[in-house]
Design a protein around this ligand. Structure first.
Ligand SMILES: N[C@@H](CCC(=O)N[C@@H](CS)C(=O)NCC(=O)O)C(=O)O
Length: 446
């Protein structure tokens, strides 16, 4: 997510400041006349990737990120999608190994990781590629013959199915031992009734989403999912049955969320629990895919889904959630290999605008970029790792958001982080250390 935001900023800045930069490294500004910036037009003392890396590590942001990654290597520090060890407060080697997808695409792995982070359960993590990235290692296939992720291994025993794994982890890490409970107590009949109802509603929402996204939309009935509405004249004109069915189901979910005092499905907790995680990884994919293929942004106040909005905003303030969250572009690319292609439909005018904005194509954006993205807001919570925000002195406002941060300071933080990330991965980005467009961007941010 951050990389795409940062990439925009990188290139925006490179274009704005290109003249000054080129004159600094390669002589007169007149050399800018060459748009291709071939190697013959640039200076010979081009910094190497490792020089760029050292420079980026020395910045205030680079130092914070280096420190954080050292902590993470030891199983401590903040949540990170590529972490292989999470020890939290423990100093022992974890007994549990979680197998999850390497790319951070799998919604079932995501909900499991969110539960692990919220409960702070020590685990080792083995990152396994999904089918779309190639064959899984034989050793993993021997343990999990159907190849599905996530899986858990404890004392030589392998357990699959995200829901089973999450429930076992919750059972093994009790409130008495200091872990946050994620499910109602055994004798809490009302709590279990609500949990079961919400779990069924989630399956229904998922099924409506599949109908809406992965099948051609039916005709616009004017009445939608409920044929009785047509007869009674209660339909929302111009929507297909699947769109109306999906929105009706969303309204039901919203009603459940607004019925509790806080933002979560269970009002008695001030943190998300199992059912919130069960929903959120799919709702995240619904947001991206409905905007892209259907022109439906259900965060738009016009849909009046206040409970869902407050719930999403509460999630977006949590660093662990953001560590596993993807941007819309990633989702519209990672959904087809997993679920099949999405069908265009829904609200055509918005669909065209949203899909262009997500793809970043066809004049959908211009410089300078606006502070936030109206379709996928980034500033409800920390838009960058908290260690970076702290290092550059960007505090949250009272509601925990970063909506009123100074855009210039934020831009600087983004650039320094981009420089650190790209320079640290330089050899994979380009083995040619003289790739002008890349080093031009990176060099200038340091
Ligand atoms: N019901 C399973 C579903 C797991 C599942 O479908 N996992 C997908 C990823 S989202 C998978 O591993 N697919 C194999 C692959 O793409 O490599 C669960 O909840 O754990």
């Amino acid at each position: 997510m951050i990389m795409r935001l940062i990439a925009f900023m990188l290139f925006a800045s490179a274009i704005r400041k290109g003249a000054a930069f080129v004159s600094k490294v390669s002589g007169p500004v007149s050399s800018l006349a060459s748009t291709s910036l071939s190697m013959s037009t640039v200076a010979t003392d081009v910094p190497t990737w490792s020089e760029l890396q050292s420079k980026s590590k020395a910045t205030v942001v680079g130092q914070a990120l280096e420190q954080e990654s050292a902590l993470r290597k030891g199983g401590k520090g903040s949540a990170f999608v590529q972490s292989k060890l999470r020890k939290f407060q423990s100093d022992k080697e974890p007994e549990i190994t979680i197998y999850r997808d390497h790319a951070g695409w799998c919604p079932y792995c995501q909900k499991l990781m969110l539960l692990i982070e919220e409960k702070e359960i020590p685990v080792k993590i083995d990152l396994v590629p999904m089918r779309s990235y190639g064959d899984k290692p034989e050793a993993f296939m021997r343990k999990v013959p159907n190849g599905l992720l996530p899986a858990m291994e404890v004392k030589g025993q392998v357990i699959t199915e995200s829901q089973v794994i999450m429930e076992l982890l919750d059972k093994w890490h009790t409130a008495d031992a200091g872990y946050k409970p994620m499910l109602p107590k055994e004798d809490d009949t009302a709590g279990w009734k609500r949990y079961d109802k919400l779990a069924r509603l989630e399956r229904s929402l998922f099924s409506w989403w599949c109908t809406l996204l992965f099948r051609p939309e039916g005709p616009r009935l004017g009445g939608g999912g409920n044929p009785l509405k047509n007869l009674l004249g209660g339909g929302d004109g111009g929507m297909s049955g699947s769109m109306e069915g999906f929105l009706d189901c969303m309204r039901e979910v919203d009603k459940e969320l607004t019925s509790t005092p806080g933002p979560w499905f269970f009002g008695k907790y001030d943190y998300p629990t199992m059912i919130d995680f069960v929903y959120v990884s799919h709702v995240e994919r619904m947001l991206a895919s409905c905007a892209y293929w259907k022109g439906l942004n259900f965060r738009d106040p016009k849909w009046n889904l206040k409970g869902i909005n407050a719930w999403l905003e509460a999630f977006e303030k949590r660093e662990a959630y953001l560590a596993f969250k993807s941007d819309y572009y990633t989702h519209v690319k990672d959904i087809p290999p997993q679920y099949g292609p999405g069908y265009n439909g829904g609200f055509e005018e918005d669909r065209v605008a949203f899909s262009k904005s997500i793809d970043g194509k066809d004049g959908s954006w211009s410089l300078p970029l606006s502070f936030d993205d109206p379709l996928q807001p980034l500033y409800n919570g920390p838009p960058l790792p908290v260690c970076v925000l702290k290092a550059v002195g960007i505090p949250p406002v009272a509601d925990g958001s970063y909506k009123s941060s100074d855009p210039k300071v934020m831009e600087k933080a983004c650039r320094l982080m981009a420089a650190w990330k790209v320079a640290g991965n330089g050899e994979n980005v380009s083995s040619s250390q003289r790739n002008a467009s890349l080093w031009l961007c990176i060099y200038f941010f340091l």
